[in-house]
Ligand binder design. Structure first.
Ligand code: PLP
Length: 472
């Protein structure tokens, strides 16, 4: 394509995306295809000759779209939100257009400096501790996912615990890490990949709200020390995946200080709520954390992928991840005056992701973002009220924010059948989890265009479907 053909085709693609959003509610939210169906519709061999763009778009409509589950539908309530917004899409498009590889400052100074500035803005917008800012001892870096940030935190903690020796010699100490039984599986994966070993991961029991019990954490650490283990890492979660439980960060942080453990806080989805002062009590004690991560790609209108990882002490991170081959040597790096973000995580190459974050923050402003977050929480509170007012359904936990965990009183099989029946209508899509061994239905409210009316209609659909099932 020449630039002028690109202009022409590009406008059509923008139109295609805008049309998609205009008719998004007409698609079944959950893709209805069977395994293998999409692949079977695609030629087995690649084209030998280039094809006209219109053929690609035709096949996009006919062959790809049936296999799309519409995460951006206002009736998507499954898993967690992975919302986006037009400013984010445009910011990402500019990033693709520029095609810069921001691995070090010198490979595109703006990619590094915008990222530093925007993450400092975010720290201010969320009233994060001073130490997480680049102007202090720490700073933030954008990673692909919360899973990668968890791995980064575990490796940095491992290095600190071994006095910066394990990168050279491997892990010789009997290091042990602690998470709750509700912590996201990415922490277990990180512990395995960092060479700690999943046998050295302790699962701390939770209370009736599914929050980590700090007394049991402390007991486990003391017992492990007596047995000759070296406790080195704890992860507290603000908003667990299953039920949005909030671990008591302050109490856990105090134990970490006393026992010399790295505290990582995983606020993957719920971190976005910290934009609103009234929800910041949920992060009480965060000044005791060594690292903190959240996903603007979940609830902050920034399209996947975009995870924010803050550390209190960037020197520890850089000492862990820095490596300087000859071909990357340059004056700016050697001057020590710049950040080279490839020293802050696992990967070398990096996309210019701060652009989409910058577009979103500038488009909405802090107040615009707060407005949407508050709306989602309010809708979740209203949904909770409707559940409480019904005779057939019950709440499982009080929602902290935008995730409602509820169930029909008729038991596990009924709840699964109800969920499948509603999802098969294509009118809404929600998922389940298990808490205390029981099936629980989850309404995760956070798509960009979800209004109370959508949720009300879905609640009516759930009730009607349940009614039909109990009669039938
Ligand atoms: N942590 C929590 C609490 C989550 O809910 C999730 C996602 O579901 C993750 C971590 C993993 O997020 P990512 O897909 O960004 O790795």
């Amino acid at each position: 394509l020449t630039p002028s053909q690109f202009r022409e085709e590009g406008k059509k693609i923008i139109d295609w995306i805008a049309d998609y959003y205009e008719k998004i509610e007409s698609y079944p939210v959950l893709s209805q295809v069977k395994p293998g169906e999409i692949k079977a519709g695609l030629p087995e061999n690649p084209p030998q000759k280039g094809e006209p763009f219109e053929h690609i778009i035709r096949d996009l409509d006919e062959k790809i779209m049936p296999g799309i589950t519409h995460w951006q539908s206002p009736n998507f309530y499954a898993y967690f939100p992975s919302n986006t917004s037009f400013p984010s899409i445009l910011g990402d498009l500019v990033s693709s257009g520029l095609g810069v590889q921001g691995m070090i400052w010198a490979t595109s100074p703006a990619a590094t400096e915008l990222e530093t500035r925007v993450l400092d803005w975010l720290a201010e917008m969320m009233d994060m501790p001073e130490k997480f800012r680049s102007t202090s001892t720490g700073g933030g870096v954008i990673q692909d996912t919360a899973s990668t940030s968890a791995l980064t935190a575990v490796i940095a903690a491992r290095e600190r615990a071994t006095k910066f020796r394990s990168n050279k010699t491997g892990v010789r100490e009997m290091l042990v890490a602690y998470v709750s039984s509700q912590t996201h599986s990415s922490l277990e994966k990180a512990i395995k990949m960092a060479g700690i070993g999943s046998e050295n991961l302790r699962l701390v029991e939770v209370d009736e709200q599914f929050s980590m019990r700090p007394d049991l954490l402390h007991e486990l650490i003391r017992e492990d020390k007596k047995k000759g283990f070296h406790p080195f890492f704890v992860c507290a979660t603000i908003g667990t995946t299953s039920s949005n439980a909030i671990d008591p960060v302050r109490k856990i942080g105090e134990i970490c200080k006393e026992e010399n453990c790295w505290l990582h806080v995983d606020a993957a989805m719920s971190g976005t709520a910290m934009l609103c002062p009234e929800f910041r009590y949920l992060k009480d004690g965060v000044e005791l954390a060594d690292s903190y991560s959240f996903n603007p790609h979940k609830w902050m209108f920034v399209n996947f992928d975009c995870n924010v990882f803050w550390v209190a002490n960037r020197e520890e991170l850089i000492s862990t991840f820095s490596i300087l081959p000859e071909y990357l040597r340059n004056k700016a790096t050697e001057s020590g005056e710049v950040f080279d973000y490839r020293d802050w995580h696992v990967q070398l190459g990096r996309r210019f992701r701060s652009l989409k974050l910058w577009f979103v923050i500038r488009h909405y402003g802090v107040e615009g973002l707060q407005f949407h977050i508050r709306k989602h929480v309010e809708i979740a509170q209203n949904f909770t009220r409707w559940v409480k007012d019904s005779n057939e359904f019950e709440m499982v936990v009080e929602p902290a924010l935008n995730l409602v965990c509820f169930r029909h009183k008729a038991g596990d099989d009924f709840n699964m059948a109800l969920m499948n029946a509603v999802n098969e209508t294509g009118k809404a899509f929600f998922t389940h989890t298990k808490l205390n061994g029981q099936v629980v239905l989850r309404m995760s409210i956070g798509q960009t265009y979800t209004e109370e009316e959508h949720v009300k209609q879905t609640w009516n659909l759930i009730q009607k479907t349940a009614g039909r099932m109990t009669q039938g």
